[in-house]
Design a protein around this ligand. Structure first.
Ligand SMILES: *[C@@H]1O[C@H](CO)[C@@H](O)[C@H](O)[C@H]1NC(C)=O
Ligand SMILES: *[C@@H]1O[C@H](CO)[C@@H](O)[C@H](O)[C@H]1NC(C)=O
Ligand SMILES: *[C@@H]1O[C@H](CO)[C@@H](O)[C@H](O)[C@H]1NC(C)=O
Length: 141
C-alpha cells in the first residue's frame, strides 16, 4: 500500500515538472487568412504542439488537435449553414470575429491556455494573446 502511494506521488510530481518547464516556452502565435467562406488559421509554436485548438464554446464541433508539429492548420468555416464555429459579425466595424482558444494540453485545462480574437477585416493579421497567463504564472513563482 505504501509503495502504491509513493509511486502515485512520483508520477504526479514528474508531470508537474515537465509542464512548468515546457510551458515557459509555450508562446503560440496565430496567423490567418480570411477567405470568402472560411478562415484559414495557422498556429505556430516554438515546440512541437500536442494540444488542442478550438473556437471558444465549440470544443466538441470546432476543434483540431496538434500532431506534434510546430505549425498546426485549422479551417474555420463561416456564413450560411456552415457556422459550427460560432463566428460573429460586428455590424458597426463590419468585421467577422471568433474567439479561438489554444490549449497547451490535449485534455487538461492549464493556466497556459491562450485566447485569441481572430478577426476578418484585413487579409493577414498576426495577433498577440489577449490574456497572458504565462506572465501571471511567472510573477507568482
Ligand atoms: C527543461 O528544459 C531544458 C532546456 O529547455 C532541458 O534541457 C531540460 O531537459 C528540461 N527538463 C525537463 C524535466 O523536461
Ligand atoms: C493530424 O493528423 C491526422 C491524421 O493524419 C489528420 O487527420 C489531422 O488533420 C492532422 N491534424 C493537423 C492539425 O494537421
Ligand atoms: C474581437 O474583435 C472584434 C472586431 O474588432 C470585436 O468586435 C469583438 O468585440 C472582439 N471580441 C472580443 C471578445 O474582444
Amino acid at each position: 500500500m505504501a509503495n502504491f502511494f509513493f509511486f502515485g506521488f512520483v508520477l504526479i510530481f514528474t508531470v508537474t515538472v515537465v509542464l512548468s518547464n515546457e510551458t515557459q516556452t509555450f508562446n503560440p502565435k496565430l496567423e490567418w487568412i480570411c477567405e470568402t467562406f472560411f478562415i484559414s488559421l495557422t498556429v505556430k509554436t516554438d515546440l512541437p504542439f500536442h494540444g488542442i485548438i478550438h473556437s471558444s464554446g465549440h470544443r466538441s464541433d470546432c476543434a483540431i488537435a496538434g500532431n506534434g508539429t510546430i505549425l498546426t492548420n485549422m479551417i474555420i468555416p463561416f456564413g450560411g449553414k456552415n457556422d459550427k464555429c460560432g463566428v460573429k459579425f460586428n455590424t458597426i466595424s463590419e468585421t467577422y470575429w471568433v474567439e479561438i482558444t489554444v490549449h497547451y494540453h490535449k485534455i487538461l485545462e492549464t493556466e497556459y491556455d491562450r485566447i485569441f480574437n481572430v478577426t476578418c477585416d484585413k487579409n493577414i493579421i498576426v495577433s498577440e494573446p489577449e490574456f497572458n497567463f504565462l506572465l501571471i504564472f511567472i510573477e507568482f513563482l
